[in-house]
Design a protein around this ligand. Structure first.
Ligand code: NAD
Ligand code: TYD
Length: 338
């Protein structure tokens, strides 16, 4: 199978590339990523020489630059490429609309033109909005996005649906809860708190710290996407989540305990505008229909993740200093004549 993976240099995308090369060495992976601040080729150093892996620097809104990739007979498109951080979307919504909506529509058009066998849109539970103290998001929960980020992802989901209904494009949408694990950019809660705690810096907790997320170890998300690619019924949406609801204070306290740091580092800061209170996923559809099962629970996944960041502090330093951005030039600059 020839797979076009967009956004494969980001957090989940790079974990997915590693997962697929390990689990399906017979497949060919083309990683198309424009390398925004969130794209980091250091994440993929270990696989860059693999004969069945190729990296191409391309923006998913650039139709003509994408066309030669589709001319290589792509079987499956998996679209991870996105602007993904809620706080940034509050500061600068434009790029979220451009990449997440226009970029997805550009990929859909090419997938239709080149008759790909499947288009998988990697979406998020945030398109459903927020929950009160009870209840779970199911695939039929109405979309009610509250941030520019989630609104742009919801817009993309509707386009994916429309290309299926109108043009018969074989699509799937996955909507996963919050991921954590190796290679996550330290603007997101868990790596940010690990990094600050290690440096004995304050840990900025928004509002009262009681917002709830349903945490899933990234490898279990990759496993779910792999299953959807191979066995997902055409046109279907699959929610993905591991029933690991924790509030932000619980997460921060686990990190402090594991690193042996004092709770006095916790600092309450002004809340995020429009801050969704609670996300929680009903994943019974993917569990019963596709047999998906997560391997990690929160307790095992979070400890593994903290250990990973502890033993990969050079990676974190590269990200903080921006040094990772030089890597593309060093590795590809001369070869590409740029
Ligand atoms: P990320 O921000 O770490 O990575 C995004 C990647 O997309 C980067 O490599 C970036 O360079 C690339 N990219 C951005 N704009 C691009 C463009 N115009 N053209 C080509 N490449 C571009 O994001 P992530 O956390 O890995 O999330 C990946 C996907 O999964 C996103 O679509 C996100 O909405 C979805 N998702 C994330 C989570 C989570 O908890 N992180 C949960 C559910 C779903
Ligand atoms: P985040 O990792 O940004 O994911 P999302 O907003 O997409 O769920 O944030 C997770 C939770 O942590 C969310 O409730 C906001 C909160 N948060 C903080 O309290 N402090 C921080 O510095 C960050 C980045 C997030």
């Amino acid at each position: 199978m020839r797979m076009l993976v967009t956004g494969g240099a980001g957090f989940i995308g790079s974990n997915f590339v590693h997962y697929m090369l390990r689990e399906h060495p017979e497949d060919i992976i083309i990683n198309a990523d424009s390398l925004t601040y969130a794209g980091n080729l250091e994440n993929l150093r270990a696989v860059e020489q693999e004969p069945n892996y190729q990296f191409v620097r391309v923006d998913i809104t650039d139709r003509e630059a994408l066309r030669p990739l589709f001319e290589q007979e792509i079987d499956v498109v998996v679209n991870f490429a996105a602007e993904s951080h809620v706080d940034r979307s509050i500061l600068e919504p434009d790029v979220f609309v451009r990449t997440n909506i226009l970029g997805t529509q550009t990929l859909l058009d090419l997938a239709k033109e080149f008759k790909v066998r499947k288009f998988v849109q990697v979406s998020t539970d945030e398109v459903y909005g927020t929950l009160g103290d009870t209840g779970l998001f199911s695939e039929t929960t109405p979309l009610a996005a509250n941030s520019p980020y989630s609104a742009s992802k919801a817009g993309a989901d509707l386009l994916v649906r429309a290309y299926h209904e109108t043009f018969g494009l074989p699509v799937n949408i996955t909507r996963c809860s919050n991921n954590y694990g190796p290679y996550q950019f330290p603007e997101k809660l868990i790596p940010l708190m690990i990094q600050n705690a290690l440096a004995d810096k304050q840990l900025p907790v928004y509002g009262d710290g009681l917002n709830v997320r349903d945490w899933l170890y990234v490898e279990d998300h990759c496993k779910a996407i792999d299953l959807v690619i191979r066995e997902g019924a055409t046109g279907e949406v699959y929610n993905v989540g591991g029933n690991n609801e924790r509030n932000n204070l619980q997460v921060v306290r686990t990190i402090l305990q594991e690193l042996g740091k004092p709770e006095s580092l916790i600092t309450y800061v002004t809340d995020r505008p429009g801050h969704d209170r609670r996300y929680a996923i009903d994943a019974s559809k993917i569990r019963t229909q596709l047999g998906w099962q997560p391997k990690y629970n929160y307790e095992s996944g979070i400890v593994e993740t903290i250990r990973w960041y502890l033993s990969n502090q050079a990676w974190m330093e590269q990200v903080k200093s921006g040094g990772y951005r030089d890597y593309y030039e060093m590795q590809y600059g001369e070869r590409l004549g740029s």
